[in-house]
Ligand binder design. Sequence first.
Ligand code: S3P
Length: 429
Amino acid sequence: MKSYSMQKVRSLRGEISVPGDKSISHRSIMLGSIANGVTRVTGFLRGEDALATLGAFRAMGVQIDDDGSNVTIHGKGLRGLVEPTDVLDCGNSGTSMRLLSGLLAGQNFFSVLTGDQYLRNRPMKRVVAPLTKMGGRILGRAGGEKAPLAIVGSRLTGIHYDSPVSSAQVKSAIMLAGLYADGETVVREPHLSRDHSERMLRHFGATVETFDGGVKVCGGTELSARDIAVPGDISSAAFFLVAALIVPHADLLIRGVGVNPTRTGIIDILQAMGGRVTLENLREESGEPVADLHVLGSCMKGVEISGELVPRAIDEFPVICVAAAMAEGKTVVRGAEELRVKETDRIAAMATNLRQAGVEVIEHPDGMEIVGRGALSGCTVDSFGDHRIAMSMLIAGLVASGETTVNDVDCIATSFPGFFDLLQGVISR
Ligand code: S3P
């Protein structure tokens, strides 16, 4: 397990592109595989998570070619997948495991999903329970709460489900099962979570109705292959956004970033903090809005974050904590209990790490308070095996006094191949 040490930098400038969106990359493989025809994907994220999904569909008989630039999926149609001869390993990827659970529940074969030590500890009842209501037969450890999950493909019936959590993984798992179910499937959620599944299903010709607070799909709809251009991942851009805001006199342009409104909570939060972030050259690609993000070093202040902003920035909280620590005044995060069941408990992990860097942090069951003082001390911290904790603390290291060492940075490969080179390329010492 590698560690990495970051020195305080003088400034940060340049023009970059970040790797493709993780959520959209997963969905391109899933929908491309069950569509009729050939789907060509450009900008596919070759991180471990999305590659786990790709491997799972190859194991179910789908021909997927990767020439290093395009990924080409030879779709098998809604009923064309075949029983895998071994367990499907989702690695660290919650999206692979939860979305696959939904898609596999309605097949006519048996399958088993497993993952790494972190994924096998994450809650799965949130998908197992509604899928069981649809007629799915799924067994897992701890009464179906934990993976490995064994799925006996079954005939499904559509349901109307009020999800207790605002989770795109839960919503998407049920929608994917809904494609195989008799009748209509409706999912409602407390606040709108990312809607990439809805958008991509429409892009593939499915009838998906969205209404205030929910979504409806009809079973039996065949999908037609369509090419997909995956935009840059705003969750990866987030590390560079915060880096450029907290480093004095920084000036950075991040080209081609997905700015779907269900994902832009990070921009709204950083702007509310006084961060100078502007969207340029706004356009649409494959049903998703895309823009270039221009960001300048800024003086920031603490803010309060809760409600609908939480799912719109759910993956960005570790790096938002770093921005909050470098701001003046207190930042309060509430209604974010979901952070406790991510790749690690991100509230506890960031509280521990920021305290090491000299920051006062108060933990709540559903959030935290960070007392910003515009400075960080160099320290040695752990990634807790979580890519976003690792990258956030390396961004903190750009402004902390002396040296910041992050232990176990291998996990960064799950979502952001090339992170170190991209970051080193914009640093001025
Ligand atoms: C994702 C949904 C979110 C997010 C994850 C990717 C997706 O998880 O944290 O990184 O692609 O659907 P939840 O649905 O659990 O909030």
